[in-house]
Design a binder for this molecule. Sequence first.
Ligand SMILES: Cc1cc2nc3c(=O)[nH]c(=O)nc-3n(C[C@H](O)[C@H](O)[C@H](O)COP(=O)(O)O)c2cc1C
Length: 207
Amino acid sequence: MTQRVPWVVGVSGASGTPYARSVLTALMDAGLPVDLVISRAARLTILDETGISFRDAHWEHDLGLWLGREPADVRFWPAGDLAAGPSSGSYPVHGMLVVPASTAACAGIALGLSKDLLQRAADVNLKERRPVVVVPRETPVSRSHLEHLLRLHDSGAVVLPASPGFYSGAQSLGQLVDFVAGKVLDAVGVQHTLYQRWSGELGAARP
Ligand SMILES: Cc1cc2nc3c(=O)[nH]c(=O)nc-3n(C[C@H](O)[C@H](O)[C@H](O)COP(=O)(O)O)c2cc1C
């Protein structure tokens, strides 16, 4: 039997839960397993941005509501479970995507605080030299935010701000969201068709 090797997706409490939804959906479309961690604060942003109250005990139902489809090959770990698989470097994963990343999560990961499973799992993946992508969503940013992002970069993380490009001919909010999600997957080499790539010709993507 082949070993299940997932991507860990950490959803923290920054605005931008649609980015997480798009990344999760694309990973499932690619047939890739996911280990999912949703911070306590992310429950508030999910509630605020979708109206869904995400409950640990009913995660599969609530995740299905959020994604609008049956979750495929997702293992959910409560954010407070510091004994969970992804809290150890010996637990096999490809790496971690923190999307969206709050400034608090960026600080906690950069400083190695491991205050919850999301931060611990990211710290573990950095120390194991596995790919970690962090998608901060805050504007403007303070000096300390920038310092934490620089530390993350220096620790090997890809810092990928949630800043969609407008060159791919997006016609809807969903397409702008998918652009950011697509860049997250590009950073870790996962195939997708989430956005139209630059062709080398000005205006080619304009409808
Ligand atoms: C509705 C809502 C929106 C928020 N948006 C952001 C945001 O865009 N960026 C950010 O860094 N924090 C944002 N926050 C604050 C974080 O949720 C807060 O700093 C929290 O401590 C983050 O915890 P976590 O990193 O454990 O998820 C928001 C909070 C709420 C309730």
